[in-house]
Each structure stands twice: as C-alpha cells, then as structure tokens.
Design a protein around this ligand. Structure first.
Ligand SMILES: Cc1ncc(COP(=O)(O)O)c(C=O)c1O
Length: 404
C-alpha cells in the first residue's frame, strides 16, 4: 500500500479499511477507541466526516493546552523552520529558556533539569540517580502504581497486570507496599533503600490518592532513611491538580520529580527535576539521550509553559475541577468521585467501557482505567464552563439508563 492510499483512507473516513491495514502493519498496543480524529482544535477533535468530539481524555492526559494551540503550533513550526534538531551536545537558547521557565516552579532553588523523551525514560533515570548516588539497591513503590514500560519501570509497577508484561525476569530489588501505609513504609526503608517512587495520584489504577498527610510523612521517613524521594508527576505535573505540581499542594519537596505527558503539549518530551544536593554529584557523561532537550521539543515546552501562565491554566484546572465535582456529585450511576482538579475518576455502578463507547457515539471522549467500573477524566486544562456543561449534559442521559 502506498502513502496516497493511506491518506485516502483517513481523509474519506474509511476507518474499517484503515483499521485492517493498521492491523497488518502495526504491532498491537492499546485497545483502540472507536473514532479516528483527523484534526484538533482547543478541547475538540474532529473526524473525517466533520463529527466533533469533546476530548475529556487528552490522548492519555497529554493535551494540556488543548489540541493544536495556535501559540504552541506556531512555536513548533517556527523552530522547525529555523533548526529542527541538534542534540544537547551544543548550547541552545530555546532549551535554556524552556528550562529556566520550568525551574521557576521547582521545589528547591538551584535545582537542575535533565531533559529526555518519555515518562518511562525519566523514571528510569530517576532510579539510576537514586541507586548510583546512594550506593544502595532497593526501590520502594506503591501497590497499584504505574511508572512506564521499560524493565525497571515495570518492575516498579504496583499493578501486577503490567509487571507480567516484562516477561520472566524483572529488575531485582523492587518492593511494593500498600499506598498510604506508613508502617509498611517505615518497615521497608532500610540501609539498602536507594529510593521511594510515588505516582502521586494513581491514575491508570483508577484515580487513587493517599491522605495529604501521608505524602508529608513519606518525605520525612525517606529523608530520615537517607533515601531519595521520587515523585512521578507524569500525569499530575504542570497544573492538572490545581497546583503547578501535586507536591506543592501537599507541601512536599521531592528530591526528584519526573515529568512527561503534556509538558510540551504533545511533542515527545520528558524531564527529571533534580534537587541541588543530588545535581551537584552528577557529572558530565553520567546522563545523556539523543533527542532529549531537542530544539522543537524545547520550543513546544517553552510555549506550553507560557500558555499555562498567560491563560491561568493552573487556577482554571482547580476551578473547573471543583465545578465538575459539584455537577457530578449525586448523579445517577456515580457511586464515588476520586481525584483532584482535572484528574478525576468516576466510580460507576456499572462497567465503564460501555459508557465510554456510548459517550463517544454522542461525541464525548473519556477514558477507562484498570478498575473496570471507573470512568477516567483527563481533559485539557483549558476547558471552560461550556465544556463542563456539555460533558455533564452528555453523561447524564447515558447513566440514567438502567445498569446493563
Ligand atoms: C504516572 C505515569 N508514569 C509513567 C508513565 C510512562 O510514560 P511514557 O508512556 O511517556 O513512557 C505514564 C504513562 O502513562 C504514567 O501515567
């Protein structure tokens, strides 16, 4: 098949033909959602027939500034025209500018940033830093957490369903304890513990947070044990929970914060924010990755940070999250609502996956999770009251039907 045919299948909305060809050419990854977006604008996606979808999923929490935000798209295009790529082996003004903007929000003054490409890579680097700098081996993570798909990230996964995808051999010295269990944490933090990694709100699991005080206790216990505290803010980072980082909201200053997903609005980019006491022990040559900190990714990150600031998206996430919570509380079919800001899990009285299908048919995209009854909401941080009303107005009749 040639490129012209492929464009034709997408442009004419021949989703079945495209699916058949994808199945022959691509390795299977996720369960495929039943729509084919060909264009995005703000909170909306459009298929080839022009049908509009309100996106409350964001392509796995990525579209934080919405789809194809004009300022982000323009920054990417301008940078691509000027210099599409050179590695971090050279100085780059756009990288310095993006990094300085990012560091304005770092928990510790004088932190440093390592730029990489994916969330799992950022976590891999965090494990490496923790182990190398402490000279210890053990990494503690929490049951039901998810940290990515490399062998070490999978070994840290608290969801056994993902750990088994690593095959017969996991990376040793990873232990998993119940989320929020202070006694278990105190017990496991021993002289061989290099680090503790915490997915701040367990998203893939179905949106589970611990009580605020637990995060602070985790920080105290980890510091006391001489281990490195890693906050995986790959979903919560950059404003989604109503503060720049989730860590700010619970009053914790982690040693390492890992970021990815929306930090460059969809251009692959990830980062590790490294506290100064660790950064000063990391020398040239200890880290590196070809594409990390590339000019297009940095232009996208800089523009994303500027948009977040100029459009007040952190505050908006808090406001719209509260509005959603108010409007969804007590709705027929919803048993509980978990999460914070614009990272919400609606525990339904029925399976979530048919609800997602029904919503997509009605022009709204939402997500499922590892919990079969939890509907996951990860909308762009730019949503307004109109989108909240549209979502609620679409979900209400879907859930008012009797449980299947
Ligand atoms: C909390 C968390 N950590 C890590 C990852 C892995 O990120 P990536 O898919 O960019 O490797 C994800 C991705 O879903 C995530 O949600």
């Amino acid at each position: 098949m040639n490129g012209a045919t492929s464009l034709k299948d997408a442009a004419t909305g021949n989703a079945e033909a495209l699916a058949a060809r994808a199945d022959r050419a691509e390795l299977a990854v996720y369960t495929r959602l039943p729509f084919v977006p060909v264009r995005g604008e703000g909170c909306y996606l459009f298929d080839a027939a022009g049908k509009r979808y309100l996106d409350f999923y964001g392509g796995h929490a990525v579209a934080i500034t919405g789809h194809s935000h004009p300022k982000v798209a323009e920054a990417i295009a301008a940078q691509a025209r000027q210099l599409l790529f050179y590695s971090s082996a050279v100085l780059s003004a756009v990288r310095v500018e993006a990094t300085e903007l990012l560091l304005r929000h770092a928990p510790h003054p004088d932190s440093r940033v390592f730029h990489c490409v994916s969330g799992t890579e950022a976590n891999e680097v965090a494990f490496k830093i923790a182990r190398k700098l402490t000279g210890r081996r053990k990494i503690i993570s929490f049951e039901r957490s998810f940290h990515g798909r490399t062998l070490a990230s999978l070994s840290a996964a608290g969801l056994p369903k993902y750990r088994v995808t690593a095959g017969p051999v996991l990376v040793p010295h990873h232990v998993h304890i119940p989320f929020g269990d202070e006694a278990a944490l105190a017990r496991e933090l021993d002289g061989d513990t290099a680090g503790v990694i915490c997915e701040t709100i367990q998203s893939l699991a179905g949106i589970f947070a611990a009580p605020d005080a637990f995060y602070r206790r985790m920080a105290e216990l980890t510091a006391k044990a001489g281990a490195v505290l890693i906050f995986d803010e790959i979903q919560t980072g950059f404003g989604r929970t109503g503060t720049y980082f989730f860590a700010d909201g619970v009053g914790v200053k982690p040693d390492l914060i890992t970021l990815a997903k929306g930090i460059a609005s969809g251009i692959p980019a990830a980062a590790v924010i490294v506290a100064p006491h660790l950064a000063k022990q990391i020398g040239s040559g200890d880290q590196g990755t070809t594409f990390g900190g590339g000019p297009v990714a940095m232009a996208a990150m800089k523009a994303t940070l500027e948009v977040i600031e100029s459009e007040g998206l952190v505050e908006n996430a808090a406001r719209m999250g509260a509005l959603l919570l108010r409007k969804l509380t007590g709705m027929t079919g919803i048993k509980a609502i978990r999460g914070k800001g614009l990272l919400l899990g609606l525990e339904l009285d029925r399976a979530a996956s048919p609800v997602v299908k029904a919503l997509i048919e009605r022009g709204v995209v939402a997500g499922t999770s590892s919990d079969p009854q939890t509907l996951r909401l990860l909308p762009p941080l730019i949503i307004g009251e109109a989108q909240v009303n549209e979502f609620v107005g679409t979900l209400t009749p879907v859930l008012s039907h009797a449980t299947a």
